[in-house]
Design a protein around this ligand. Structure first.
Ligand SMILES: CSC[C@H]1O[C@@H](n2cnc3c(O)ncnc32)[C@H](O)[C@@H]1O
Ligand SMILES: [Zn+2]
Length: 433
């Protein structure tokens, strides 16, 4: 890696402290790391790139802890249905026709949307993950990639899928200058039999990798779990040994007090996906209770087919609003907490050290939003504006690992026009197949 040094002066920076505050000053980035943030500009003799940060708010890049990038090909296809009907009648028949190239273009579309909208790290659970890794590497984004396995098939086919998940995780962990890490993902307790879950747990031990799964997303799923296995999903997964590994579960909408206690005791993270949960009418997760119990709660979009965008600003705002409305407490999920869920807690949930905050020694994954716009003025409280007033459209610049990947709203690393065209062509082709 060639040496690079960037000085950003005259900026406003969202930095850690009580619990987040805005600092007026400058930031220095050396190679992939932030090395200085402060009000005073240090004297620097070396050659460096200087960026004028005036009229910009610099904040940590957003971390999307649950999604299926390729599914943006099905955005708007199958709206207004429950999870089960949406998935079985609309998604699975179309996904069954996806080729590796389709997955490449669908994932490219999502990655483009996410990076232009201020997301710098995303988790992706899908099939044909080599193609997702390929576009992640090209894009410059940070990706936590995992081959999701649906085990509704004969045991020998389940084993082939598991072997592919293990092979992918081993091949790509630490690749792309360390921007790609991997996990192992049985899709859910209702699509994977217990024996398969146990094999995943063993593989996660062997590879020393974390596990990720969908869990307790709908009331029906919990009832089915009780009918089939005699216990609710959390206890079921605990018995199968899942929580002996570092784990992140997506959704966790339908949890009782005991289950929240189990998740907290095992340090299991929960990826809260408010947009998708509302749209599929799955319910509202007990986020305040989870946080009070000490569970790390982060934010995810799920796919663009159930959201229907990948705007993490929107998820932050939704998280801050719905839990106020649901609890009747206007102090629930204040702006600083929503922001931490989308950044610092996101990185923690994905087991990424040194990511998620603007501070010396952290990875230089950060974004700049244009705060000189009507909906972001006057500058009473920029943290409040970032959570309650901003959206993906306000993102001007994005850096990951010290490299700029979006400049003045344009992607520097991918062929945006080609991705737009191929995504549309791919969807039209799928309809004819
Ligand atoms: C093999 S992983 C991809 C698999 O997951 C399905 N999926 C997408 N969104 C959800 C969700 O909210 N809950 C459960 N499963 C979901 C998708 O259709 C893919 O087949
Ligand atoms: Zn999902």
């Amino acid at each position: 890696m060639s040496n690079s040094k960037i000085l950003i002066r005259n900026g406003k920076f969202l930095v850690p402290g009580t619990p987040l505050s805005v600092l007026n000053g400058c930031m220095i980035i050396e190679n992939d790391l932030i090395t200085y943030i402060g009000e005073e500009e240090p004297f620097l003799e070396e050659e460096l790139q200087v960026i004028d940060g005036s009229r910009l708010l610099f904040m940590p890049g957003l971390v999307n802890t649950h999604g299926h990038a390729a599914m943006s090909l099905l955005r708007g296809y199958g709206d207004d249905r429950t999870l089960q009907v949406w998935m079985q009648e609309k998604m699975w028949p179309m996904e069954g026709k996806f080729t590796p190239d389709d997955i490449y273009w669908g994932s490219s579309l999502s990655i483009l949307e996410m990076m232009k909208g201020g997301t710098t790290t995303f988790l992706d659970m899908y099939d044909k993950m080599d193609r997702v890794a390929e576009i992640t590497e090209q894009s410059g984004m940070r990706g936590v990639l995992t081959r999701g396995v649906i085990g509704l098939c004969p045991p020998e086919v389940q084993d082939v899928k598991l072997a592919d998940a293990v092979r992918f995780a081993r091949d790509w962990h630490g690749k792309a200058d360390g921007r790609i890490t991997t996990m192992l993902s049985p899709h859910s307790p209702y699509t994977c039999p217990p024996e398969l879950f146990v094999k995943f747990v063993q593989a996660a031990h062997d590879l020393d990798l974390p596990l990720h799964t969908h869990m307790s997303e709908t009331k029906r799923e919990v009832e089915q779990n009780v009918e089939e296995y005699g216990v609710r999903p959390v206890e079921h997964l605990e018995r199968l040994g899942m929580f002996t590994r570092p784990s992140l579960v997506a959704h966790g909408v339908h949890l009782n007090d005991e289950e929240i206690g189990i998740l907290a005791r095992h340090h299991v993270g929960v990826s809260h996906n408010p947009g998708s949960n509302l749209k599929l009418a799955s319910g509202i997760a007990r986020v305040i209770d989870l946080l009070n119990a000490g569970v790390t709660v982060s934010l995810g979009t799920d796919s663009a087919a159930s959201n229907n965008n990948l705007d993490l600003f929107e998820e932050m705002r939704l998280a801050a609003l719905i839990h106020k409305g649901f609890s009747g407490d206007p102090t629930a999920i204040p702006a600083a907490l929503a922001m931490r869920m989308a950044t610092e807690y996101g990185a923690k949930s994905l087991f990424l050290d040194g990511v998620g905050q603007l501070a010396p020694g952290m990875k230089a994954d950060f974004i700049a939003i244009d705060i000189d716009q009507p909906h972001l003025l006057p500058h009473t409280d920029l943290l409040s504006h970032a959570v309650y007033s901003a959206s993906a459209k306000d993102v001007l610049h994005v850096w990951v690992n010290g490299k700029q990947i979006v400049k003045n709203g344009e992607c520097l690393t991918l062929d945006e026009e080609a991705i737009r065209r191929k995504a549309q062509e791919t969807f039209e082709g799928l309809l004819k197949r």
